[in-house]
Every structure is written in structure tokens, then in C-alpha cells.
Design a binder for this molecule. Structure first.
Ligand SMILES: [Zn+2]
Length: 173
């Protein structure tokens, strides 16, 4: 069996998190994001022409409402992810496996899920910033898959290190 060093294990986990974060974002976060746009359109009286799993088309407005609608997709998604993050912290805290293997598995899953949620939060927050302030840059970013992936990978690495650090400071056992 090949034994991996700590650093290669971290890099491998960061890659794993980035791929899972993309799958998670496309399957679960996207519709919440679109709902955020939809909700803002409704509140501001802007006509929605169509809404889908990862796309919403609304009547373009050329005033401040466009910025609010742009922001609200990502912000809604961040709020949703924050709720899931808190739930996962509480949830994993209740798991007390008896075996060493069980403890290792729960620790790994907890690390993975928290990092995925945090990385996705960063992706959505970046998205919200551009979608709300510079729609042309946002559209350029969304169309450039490679840049989008590199960004997600960087966020995944930062999230992984942050969750490891958070785990160390809250572990008093
Ligand atoms: Zn959007």
C-alpha cells in the first residue's frame, strides 16, 4: 500500500472538495440562487419571463434594481449554505462513534462536508459581488470554465485549511 505524506493528502483532499463543491453547487445551490433572483424580482415589481434550475430571465431594468436583483441570487445561496453549515456542525457534534475507525470516518466526513459548504459559500459570495456590480465581468467569468475551476480549487484549499484550524481550536478533548 502506498502511504501518502500529509501535504499530498491535503492537496488530494482539496481537489476532491473542489469537484464535490461543483457538483453540490450545480445540483442544490443553483436553484436556491435563482430563487433569490426571483424573490428580488417579485419584491421590486420586475417581470420574470422564465425561471429554470440554473437560469432566470427577467425584464431588464437599467436602474439600481438591476444591482439588487443581481446581488440577491448569491446572497440567498450564501444564507442557505450558512444554515447547512450550522446544521452540519450541530449534527456531527452528536455523532459519537465508539471505534477508532468510526471516529476517523466521522472526522473525515465532517471535514469534507464543512469544507464543501464553505468553498461553495465563497464561490457564491464572489458571484454575488460581480453579478450585483459588474454583470459583464460576471458573464465573462461564468463562460470561462477554466478560470471558474481554478477559483473553486483555490477556495476549496482555503476552506479545507480553515476547517482544520477551526476544528483544532474548538477541540478541547
Ligand atoms: Zn445569478
Amino acid at each position: 500500500m502506498v502511504r501518502l505524506g500529509r501535504n499530498s493528502l491535503l492537496v488530494l483532499t482539496a481537489f476532491e472538495i473542489s469537484l464535490l463543491a461543483i457538483v453540490f453547487d450545480l445540483s442544490l445551490t443553483s436553484p436556491i440562487h435563482e430563487f433569490g433572483h426571483f424573490f428580488a424580482c417579485l419584491a421590486l415589481g420586475v417581470k420574470v419571463n422564465s425561471i429554470g434550475w440554473n437560469q432566470i430571465i427577467f425584464t431588464s431594468v437599467s436602474d439600481w434594481r438591476q444591482n439588487i436583483i443581481g446581488f440577491s441570487g448569491g446572497l440567498f445561496a450564501v444564507l442557505f449554505l450558512l444554515c447547512l453549515y450550522i446544521l452540519s456542525v450541530v449534527g456531527f457534534h452528536h455523532f459519537q462513534p465508539q471505534t477508532k475507525k468510526g471516529i476517523l470516518m466521522i472526522n473525515y466526513f465532517s471535514l469534507l462536508i464543512k469544507s464543501i459548504l464553505l468553498a461553495d459559500m465563497m464561490v457564491q459570495l464572489t458571484g454575488a459581488t460581480f453579478e450585483g456590480t459588474a454583470l459583464s465581468i460576471y458573464q465573462l467569468l461564468v463562460e470561462n470554465v477554466l478560470v471558474l475551476y481554478v477559483l473553486t480549487l483555490a477556495f476549496s484549499a482555503v476552506s479545507l485549511l480553515a476547517v482544520i484550524r477551526l476544528g483544532k481550536t474548538t477541540d478541547f478533548s
